[in-house]
Design a protein around this ligand. Sequence first.
Ligand SMILES: Cc1cc2nc3c(=O)[nH]c(=O)nc-3n(C[C@H](O)[C@H](O)[C@H](O)COP(=O)(O)OP(=O)(O)OC[C@H]3O[C@@H](n4cnc5c(N)ncnc54)[C@H](O)[C@@H]3O)c2cc1C
Length: 374
Amino acid sequence: MRTHDFAVIGGGIAGASVAYELQARGSTILLERERLPGQHTTGRSAAFLVESYGNRTVQRLTRASRLFFEEPPPGFASRPIVEPRPMLWIARSDQRQRLAEKTKLAVETGAELHEVDADEARAMCPVVREDYAVSGVVEPNARSIDVAGLLDGFLRGFRARGGEIVTRAEVTGLERIGEAWEIACRGDRTHAGVVVNAAGAWAEVVGGLAGARPIGLQPLRRTVITFDPPPDCDIRRWPCLIDADEDFYLKPEGVQLLASPCDEIPSPPCDPTPDDLGVALAAQRIQRATTLEIRPIRRHWAGLRSFVPDRGPVIGMDPERAGFFWLAGQGGFGIMTSSGAARAAASLIVDAVLPSDLEASGLRPEHLAPRARS
Ligand SMILES: Cc1cc2nc3c(=O)[nH]c(=O)nc-3n(C[C@H](O)[C@H](O)[C@H](O)COP(=O)(O)OP(=O)(O)OC[C@H]3O[C@@H](n4cnc5c(N)ncnc54)[C@H](O)[C@@H]3O)c2cc1C
């Protein structure tokens, strides 16, 4: 292996997108432990883009990503990366205030939302129980993301720009020697001026290899199930339905329905499997809010969403470890924010400033920096 300007550790959406951006600025190598990129959290998401999701930093990064997904560069993807899939937030009477607060924040950040009453909500998603939701808020421009197509686009684009991808390449050691990092991987050593830590749930493990202090990252396991819709029910135009407190969500996924109880079970970094409780909770919460019968469950899986305490992403140079850059803590929004986050990361690494569109949105490097916000 040779010397590179940048080495990216992790071949999920974070690593693939930042490698794509960095290769336009200097020679970049992408190191992924598994046989194929995208096998961990990136391959297990619910694949939606919602501007009313997450805190203000997340919402700004999502808005900044949207244009790239809607109009990617020529040759990036052979089919559309995003498709329309409105988001319908619903509230019981005890949740109205919280939905109003959520709506206010998202509208301030620029999201287009409008309120609906219970009848209008049921017209959009006829299975919502009459005695459950009293009101709703619709984000008409929410999208469903082709995650595999997006990941593939970043990886192919990275290669086309001359980038190098190495799989089955677990990084096991990091040592700063002079102005570069020496990276131990597959019994070999490679060198790079900047290491980007995009190791998902393992980001603190990789940080530990570099001698960096923890950033407070906690992986949380989440369960997803799919099941058949009722017979003769056309689900193609259903919105993604989500509870105001994020107690569950439900969305069409091809000919099936996909649901999650939005569980958050603390976990060490690992390849998680769903447990019976998560699956039962998904069925219980969906059946409480809707008239759907969940029988049989077709598929189920679990994935790790990794958060720092303020639930914003961590994008910045480690203040104590020169040339060690964090791109971590993408929680439940790492796909929808990937383009904006990758552009922010590349720009901070090379120019120490944010791209102008992100600056104009009100985002500042200190909103993203490791350990700056706790
Ligand atoms: C159930 C669920 C639903 C979700 N829904 C959505 C959604 O609708 N919209 C959205 O935007 N986001 C969603 N997310 C979140 C999103 O999937 C994540 O934020 C995103 O995939 C994180 O990407 P990542 O690249 O950081 O992590 P990962 O995809 O986990 O990638 C990290 C990679 O690093 C590699 N690695 C680790 N250690 C090493 C090492 N030492 N050497 C080399 N490689 C290493 C791993 O093998 C892994 O491939 C969801 C997540 C889950 C679990």
